[in-house]
Design a protein around this ligand. Structure first.
Ligand code: BGC
Length: 255
């Protein structure tokens, strides 16, 4: 198995895209640290699922908007598995608010959960990887909205635009340490973040029509790309974002 003996941390690992990434990395042999803030039963179920495939997993309750909690995640990986090879900065939230109606609180929360967590997750993982001398890979799960404006979701777009430059810049700085930094930019994926759209048939029809492949994706379809980028098959890949969006970002609906 391709990732046998490697250790991965997945932030926001017990739901949506994060849960699919945990399952996929585990299925490819990696030991996984599953981060979560709420939903302990889902985290426990995933831990059992990974262990059923022969790899090992632990769950850690940690709020990744806090640097001390991120440090605890890295320490847990080192204590339990003795190494850290793959850091997946996946945790993300959105408020669906605009420039005009976003509150200070909403702004701070989105930027902290999405961008601050990825920045310090990258920093702390890189320090552990440098100390081990074995290198590693950081995967930042961003969005098509790292590049593509989404009116009415401004703080989210800001945070993802920041992740884009985090990936670009950290790849330059960490390359000499044999640490790759890669972005994965999902489009519209059937996860809890899109619950309102999924529950609204009209909205769903408009969204599906805007996607050249004609449908939202399953979280597993993003996880496959993340797992490929985590493995040796991608060992010359760093500093770029790979979009998993069914063509959404470059579509021309109605033209
Ligand atoms: C957002 C979703 C949105 C999708 C496509 C994602 O990053 O979280 O709310 O539906 O992009 O626009």
């Amino acid at each position: 198995m391709e990732l046998q003996g490697r250790t991965a941390i997945v932030t926001g690992g017990n739901s949506g895209i994060g849960a699919a990434i945990v399952a996929e990395l585990g299925a490819r042999g990696a030991n996984v640290v599953i981060d979560y803030v709420t939903g302990a039963p889902a985290a426990d179920a995933l831990e059992a699922q990974v262990e059923g495939t022969g790899a090992q997993a632990i769950t850690v309750e940690a709020d990744v908007s806090k640097v001390a909690d991120l440090q605890r995640l890295v320490d847990s990986a080192l204590q339990r598995f003795g190494r850290l090879d793959v850091m997946v900065n996946n945790a993300g939230i959105e408020t669906r608010t605009s420039v005009l109606d976003t509150t200070e609180d909403q702004y701070d929360r989105v930027l902290a959960v999405n961008l601050k967590s990825a920045f310090f997750g990258t920093q702390l993982a890189a320090k552990a990887m440098i100390a081990s001398g074995a290198g590693g890979v950081v995967i930042n799960v961003s969005s098509v909205h790292e590049d593509w404006p989404m009116p009415g979701n401004t703080p989210y777009c800001l945070s993802k635009g920041g992740m884009r430059m985090l990936t670009r810049t950290a790849a330059q700085e960490l390359g000499p340490h044999r640490i790759r930094v890669v972005g994965v930019g999902p489009g519209a994926i059937a996860t809890p973040i899109n619950a309102a759209t999924l529950a609204n048939p009209d909205e769903l029809r408009i969204l599906d029509a805007a996607i050249p492949l004609g449908r939202m994706a399953r979280p597993e379809e993003v996880a496959h790309v993340v797992a490929f980028l985590a493995g040796d098959g991608a060992d010359y890949v760093t500093g770029s974002t790979f979009f998993v969006d069914g063509g959404l970002m470059h579509s021309s609906p109605g033209l």
